[in-house]
Design a protein around this ligand. Sequence first.
Ligand code: FAD
Ligand code: NAP
Ligand code: SF4
Length: 691
Amino acid sequence: MSELNTPAKESNQSNKSKKNTQFSKLLAPLDLGFTTLKNRVLMGSMHTGLEEHPDGARRMAAYFGERAKGGCGLIVTGGYGPSKRGATHPNTNIMTSAEDIAKHRVITDEVHKYDSKICLQILHTGRYAYNKKLIAPSAIQAPINPYKPEAVTVEMIEGEIQSFVDLALKSQQANYDGVEVMGSEGYFINQFTALRTNQRDDEWGGSFENRIKFGVDVVRRIRQAVGEHFIIIFRLSMMDLVEGGSSFEEVVKFGQAIEKAGATIINTGIGWHEARIPTIQTKVPRAAFTWVTARYREHFSIPVITSNRINTPEVAEAVLQRGDADMISMARPFLADAEFVNKTAAGRSDEINTCIGCNQACLDHVFNGEMASCLVNPRACFETEINIVPTKAIKKIAVVGAGPAGLSAATALAEAGHEVTLFDGDNEVGGQFNIAKQVPGKEEFSETIRYFSRQLELTGVTVKLNTRVTANELNSSDFDEVIIATGINPRLPPIEGIEHKKVLNYIDVLKHKKTVGQKVAVIGAGGIGFDVSEYLVHSGTSTSQNIAAYMKEWGVDMTLTARAGIEGVKAEITAPARDVYLLQRKDTKVGAGLGKTTGWIHRTGLKNKQVKMLSSCVYHKIDDAGLHLSIAGERQILAVDNVIICAGQDPARELTEGLNKPYHLIGGADVATELDAKRAIKQGLEVAVRL
Ligand code: FAD
Ligand code: NAP
Ligand code: SF4
């Protein structure tokens, strides 16, 4: 590797653009030898679905352009397959023709307008491809894929390596500043490295040296082809979190070989997709895995990026100050707020719309084949479609209800220039998010309330708390229009004895902190039933606030002695605070309706706490003896101290009765069935854009 390609670990260059000493490390440039990144922030790779959209080039230019304009130093695109068989899905777009290259130039040109850099991610999915003709080092099916791969022949391997090189060259022609080679998360390169997936007995399998040869050859040959002035990031799986993954020593050797082969930067990968340890969801502590990067950093001489659940500039700065890494990768936080870096630099970090790690509009959408977006920022990936423009006809608007729907509507309406008054009967804004944030592992939900509270100040909304509004009051006011965002009323199922003193609802428990006994039945196993159960089995703080406790709970070895971070490690789960039965009437698996990428985490969490999850329940009555019910036809009594009702909700729209002003229903007040904050916030923004 030439001198030009050997970047300094720390840039000595003076930081002329540095405005904010609180974030002196995060905002410092990074000198890569042949080019300089303006700060230490990388927008991590996310497939959004824009890649396949017919108008994808224009929309991606707007999407990435906003993030570049927002100050991000280096952006990595979603993963592009180097070959048809290596792509995520048969319909996934890959870059092959001159026309494709021209489309990508629309994106790179837009990003370069803002002195930002962009790399294309090369992602060979191997046995994770949702493609009947998928390939892998060995014909071993992934537990998360219905398709079994064909093992690649030696001749095919040469073709696959060349396909990485060809895509890197095309990226260069499309004016990308570099590529990221995806070598982690259990994808093709990782499948070669690990014995779990590589059982070949030729020169590409067997010894560790043979197993890492594929990844090393890919990087070496890309470097030979693209020359010295092109960034190559290698995403290295630092902790596989699956049986049969790599050991610490092997990862060090692999990383060093990758560095020698010509990589510019090493990025951190944590856990294969099939691993059963949550690595990014909201209950994962912030910056939970930067200690892993820190352990490897001293073994490499090129810059190292760390990642996973870093969602505020304060946390990112602390990670860099500790010396865990040279740079920070944040992916979802850039869906939540395109201006993350500029706000940080201007000392306005309290204005950042923080990613709460819910996965509801990003990963869940992608896995359901929908366009990605963001629960807290519905404009994400819709930059060309949804825009707040200054109004030409200023109206006086009353927004009733300061839950997610009302907050979103009020702030967007005020931003457009309307005179907005926001009312809430409660003494604080946030609606049900104030209840959600009480749930262990959902502490992040308070960030959304903080963000909107600041937006209310910035946009000049008049806020009237402790004010329960009536139709009469609105009728006699001078408001031109009313937005009804009054949310929901919890449903009380018609069960005999529902008035018994041992019956509580989730608001009694989570908000009013009513005393709950040792033995509890929860009626209703939707999102709220799960959350209430989680709350009830915990005592004291949750492990989402404590990295060491979290690693113990999920059986991760923080000494990195155990192979892949987990082999032979026993999870240490604290005893549940209560005995909980979580019940539903349906005969389906309990929790089947939870989020696609997070449902397993909720189910596993409760199973570990010995919650008894029962379906096919018919509730007969509640009395001093407990809850009388039939489970799969068998009558029994659960001798519980309390029965907690989490049986869904109905719209709270009493305000519409007798209201003679023009009004719009949003959020739970509109439709309570399958209501979530994603819809509530989106509807709030949409009504504002329409008015
Ligand atoms: P609400 O949040 O209910 O807000 C309505 C507001 O209107 C309230 O503040 C109320 O005081 C006020 N109000 C009502 N009537 C009047 C009146 N006449 N005058 C003045 N003010 C009035 N959603 C997710 O997407 N993901 C989750 O993980 C998630 N977890 C949750 C966990 C729990 C424990 C709970 C309870 C909810 C959770 N939700 C979650 C659901 C989410 O919070 C709701 O979908 C969302 O809050 C609905 O927003 P909204 O604005 O329509 O109503
Ligand atoms: P929900 O998801 O609709 O669940 C309601 C539960 O109550 C169901 O399990 C239902 O199952 C049961 N039920 C309905 N009517 C009943 C009746 N008459 N008698 C007895 N049981 C009845 O609603 P929720 O749990 O209240 O959640 C509200 C919304 O908040 C959800 O739509 C969800 O999107 C959102 N939320 C999301 C999360 C998340 O993690 N993403 C977390 C919390 C809340 P049976 O009919 O089978 O009994
Ligand atoms: Fe973050 Fe949730 Fe938005 Fe995804 S949907 S980016 S996890 S806040």
